[in-house]
Design a protein around this ligand. Structure first.
Ligand code: V0D
Length: 257
């Protein structure tokens, strides 16, 4: 077992991934958040346009959603579009904003039968109405589902989220609805877009970048981080299982989840 573990932690060539059964025999992280980086780089390496990488990345979202749901993960939060992403070329942004429709057009029936609930966090106002409509329909159609919550961060930025929360708290204090001395850690959490879900237990970032890039700064305070050089379009169920296995090993070391 120790030998196997070492290989999991070592270089890619020798990696033997844990099986689904392996990771399901131990506590599964309830909430997994993923920064899905490396789609553009994946395309560049193949001399393809960046949008080809985004499209391939979307297919990976489907597969990882299936696996997470099978494993009994409660919440899967995916960083699909940041408030910074508007700075990308107009054509690329336009393409990205068509992906939710394409994704849901083919995948929503399966999400419904798999009992997955679609949610989003982020500022919906700047999102094109065709995109917003598709996401809102998916949220309505899956609102009674009790399985995995598939939470898309769309036009999301953590500093924006915190700023908005602070403004609302200030307004509630000013209007007399909130006594100032009731402001604490828990109350602040209730003003964030994640008020109804637990903080992530595990954060995954692909593509060899080691930054948070304005993602869930408040919510990641106690989260385990797992990084990989694998580009998002190359991310498979095996990488997810490795990340969860590593999470479980860390938790065993300090005695339980
Ligand atoms: C591109 C890799 C699924 C990251 C994954 C609008 C970048 C593929 C969605 C999606 C994107 C979002 C909401 C929803 C259903 C699906 C998505 C965007 C980008 C940005 F309700 N993939 N995906 N949205 N990419």
């Amino acid at each position: 077992m120790l030998d196997k573990l070492k290989r999991w932690n070592n270089k890619k060539e020798n990696v033997i991934s844990p099986t689904k059964e392996d990771v399901m025999s131990k506590p599964i992280p309830k909430h997994i958040a993923i920064i899905m980086d490396g789609n553009g780089r994946w395309a560049n390496k193949r001399a393809l346009p960046r949008i080809a990488g985004h499209h391939e990345g979307m297919k990976v979202v489907r597969r990882i959603t299936r696996t997470a749901n099978e494993l009994g993960v409660e919440v899967l939060t995916l960083y699909a579009f940041s408030t910074e992403n508007w700075k990308r070329p107009k054509q690329e942004v336009e393409y990205l904003m068509k992906l939710p429709e394409e994704f849901l057009g083919t995948f929503l029936p399966e999400l419904i039968t798999q009992n997955v609930r679609v949610q989003m966090m982020g500022n919906p106002e700047e999102i094109p109405s065709h995109t917003r409509r598709a996401v809102e329909k998916a949220m309505v159609d899956t609102k009674d589902n009790t399985g995995l919550i598939l939470n898309f961060a769309l036009n999301y930025g953590s500093r924006d989220e915190i700023t908005k929360a602070i403004k609302e708290i200030a307004a509630d204090v000013k209007s007399g609805h909130l006594p100032e001395d009731e402001i604490n850690d828990q109350l602040i959490s209730q003003y964030l877009m994640t008020s109804k879900i637990n903080d992530p237990d595990l954060l995954i970032r692909t593509s060899g970048e080691y930054r948070l890039s304005n993602f869930m700064l408040w919510q990641l305070a106690y989260t385990e981080f797992w990084f990989t050089d694998v580009l998002w379009p190359d991310f498979t169920e095996n990488e997810l299982l490795e990340a969860i296995h590593e999470f479980q090993a860390r938790h065993r070391r300090y005695g339980g989840v």
